[in-house]
Design a protein around this ligand. Structure first.
Ligand code: XUL
Length: 638
């Protein structure tokens, strides 16, 4: 066990994810001292019948047993107690939960939570506190009919404008509509309150049901971010009384009653604050030895906790290169789109977290790598050497891009497909339809702007597109897609490094070549095309491949540096830092700007592994124009 004697205050950061519960211990200097974790499958496989932390049912239903999470909390605290962990030194707790999951509390919940007997475990005492013993997991995809209803009633872009996201199968509002109208109508009648996973853990630790935390509440498709209030029409859909979808007239008393009932069950949403949700419940004080003054600060969602685990400033981007690619960024600019997400920032009240989630990431790159290795008869089929050598020797945009979606893509929403394309700078209109692949695309739109540039789809070995070209084309295309989508969110960053007249010139030159550019149905503006990230942080599996992240950094063009980071406990750490920041704000009785507070964690430029390469941001404008046109003209829509 680490030496806790030199720390005055300890903080706990929870991470309740799909497959495990983790607790990290930090001190007042933001040092991480210890972690504890329990893998659900290794302990609860038989008791709860889970596999990889969840139970999969029919029609895409994926749920987690709520009592298992309670067992996991007691399990870790018991382990810590066994090790003589100094619980009395813990002054604040916060943490993260997987996003979108909902927990259905019964009318007895508050009473049962408040009267817990420390002689027994949580899971023995709380079954009656739940009106349903399961929580839909974020991987659940059983709500296609509900997604259709949300979009039919309010429209995809409009829903994104209101709530920060279009309807996603995992989002809480859709899950609630399914619960109410299709799967658990009876249980809904017995539901007094609904928590998110984040506010569920807060509630258990407090001993009463906590308010929803504002940034995580943005993942419900029910909350109007600008108005900072629930949207009644969306609540009506979730409650199964939408006039358009369910035929309930607004004049029917059932309409407003059902909206009000759901509003009450969800409870108020607490605006971003450093103030504690309350003190830890007597159960944990008696059973484990916590101080009764220990504060519980509202938990948030896992992605939201991730961005507060690093000293990120406005307009910084975190590019996570796992099986899927996820881009998280901080912005002051509320520019919603149906193709990405905006949430309130969990600790910076006037800021938002943007999130772009691609489903095709590593898998698509690996497929290209394997083909290249096969063609070159490389002994180790998984070696990146050949792929990387191709990336390393490229120092400009060669006019070849692709849409590499071995599985269906979310951004832009499209079925599985592969399209390769070349940019013809010479302008030969007669050739337009000569090199089609078999995709169902519309080549008629491949307009030859100013008689000069056109984008032509082709198959391998036509237009000189050879297998080696896939290496560069896939990394470039994936990165340009991020650049096209991050641009609108960064568009007030002031990071363009060019004057506004230069920006107008750059913009005009792209428009002259490719016509007005639209991404996901929205026109790109001078600002959205010319804004650059402040810093870029690369994390996850492929961030260990320097050739890939160097190429990405050349294209994304961060103005204040690129960094490679490893943050294995990001969600738990973000939770612990939220607790220590909140505690410090409470002690000082004022809101300390979070980016200033977290800056003392480490000096980014000195202590993180930074890397730089040629800045090809300008050169890749042609690529920006080309990819935008490819998406509009060639992509087979869902
Ligand atoms: C985000 C999402 C997942 C979960 C689990 O929208 O669904 O990232 O939060 O990690």
């Amino acid at each position: 066990m680490p030496d806790y004697s030199t720390s005055n205050n300890l903080y706990l950061g929870f991470d309740l994810s799909t497959q495990q519960l983790k607790i990290i211990v930090t001190n007042e200097h933001l040092h991480a001292l210890n972690t504890y974790n329990v893998e659900f499958d290794s302990v609860y496989k038989d008791k709860y019948g889970i596999h990889k932390g969840v139970i999969s049912g029919k029609d895409g239903e994926i749920v987690s047993p709520v009592l298992m999470w309670l067992d996991a909390i007691d399990h870790l605290f018991a382990e810590m107690k066994n090790e003589k962990f100094p619980f009395e030194k813990v002054v604040g707790i916060s943490g993260s939960g997987q996003q979108h999951g909902s927990i259905y509390w019964s009318h007895d919940a508050d009473k049962l939570l408040g009267e817990l007997n420390p002689e027994l475990d949580l899971s023995q005492q709380l079954p009656e506190a739940l009106s349903w013993e399961m929580s839909p997991n974020w991987q659940d995809h059983s709500t296609i009919p509900e997604a259709n209803v949300f979009h039919d009633v309010v429209g995809k872009e409009n829903l994104a404008r209101i709530t920060g996201s279009r309807a996603h199968l995992r989002f809480t509002g859709l899950q609630i509509r399914k619960f109410v109208t299709r799967s658990h109508g009876k249980e809904y009648q017995h539901t007094a309150r609904i928590s998110l996973v984040s506010s569920f853990v807060t509630s258990v630790l407090l001993g009463h049901i906590a308010e929803l935390e504002q940034s995580d509440a943005c993942g419900m498709n029910l909350y109007d971010i600008n108005k900072q209030d629930y949207d009644d029409e969306l609540l009506a859909i979730a409650a199964g009384v939408s006039t358009k979808a369910d035929g309930v007239a607004k004049s029917d008393p059932k309409y407003q009653e059902s909206i009000d009932a759901l509003k009450q069950k969800l409870g108020p949403i607490k605006p971003i604050t450093y103030k504690a949700a309350g003190n830890i419940s007597p159960y944990f004080v008696s059973k484990y030895g916590f101080s009764q003054d220990c504060k519980v600060y509202s938990f948030t969602g896992d992605n939201l906790a991730t961005i507060i685990s690093l000293p990120l400033q406005p307009n910084d981007c975190l590019v996570s290169l796992g099986t899927s690619t996820t881009v998280l960024l901080i912005t002051e600019n509320y520019q919603p789109s149906s193709q990405y997400h905006l949430f309130k920032h969990p600790t910076m009240p006037n800021h938002y977290m943007g999130m772009i989630c691609y489903s095709n990431g590593a898998l698509a790159r690996e497929k290209a790598r394997d083909e290249i290795n096969k063609a070159h008869k490389v002994a180790n089929p998984k070696s990146w050497d050949q792929f990387n050598a191709i990336l390393d020797k490229s120092h400009s945009f060669n006019g070849k891009l692709g849409i590499y979606f071995p599985i269906g893509e979310i951004v832009p929403q499209a079925p599985a497909q592969t399209i390769r394309a070349v940019l013809d700078k010479g302008g030969d209109n007669n050739n337009n339809n000569n090199n089609n692949n078999n995709n169902n695309k519309n080549n008629n739109n491949n307009t030859n702007h100013n008689g000069e540039y056109k984008v032509t789809s082709c198959e391998l070995d036509t237009h000189d597109f050879v297998i080696d070209d896939d290496a560069l084309a896939i990394v470039e295309s994936q990165t340009l897609s991020c650049r096209l989508r991050a641009g609108p969110m960064l568009s007030k960053s002031g990071n363009s490094q060019t004057t506004s007249s230069e920006n107008k010139e750059i913009y005009q030159s792209v428009v002259d070549k490719f016509g007005e550019l639209y991404t996901d149905g929205k026109k790109q503006t001078v600002e959205s095309l010319t804004s650059r990230p402040n810093k870029c942080y690369y994390v996850g599996g492929a961030s260990n491949n320097m050739s890939i992240i160097k190429k990405m950094s050349q294209i994304l063009g961060a103005v204040n540096g690129n960094f490679k980071v490893e943050i294995p406990n990001a969600c738990a750490l973000g939770g612990a830092y939220k607790a220590s920041w909140s505690h410090e704000c409470e002690v000082e009785d004022k809101m300390i700007p979070y980016d200033q507070y977290i800056a003392k964690l480490f000096k980014v430029s000195e202590e993180l592994e930074s890397f730089s390469d040629k800045d090809l941001w300008h050169e890749y404008f042609e690529g920006v124009g080309m990819l935008a046109r490819m998406e509009n003209d060639l992509l087979k829509a869902d």
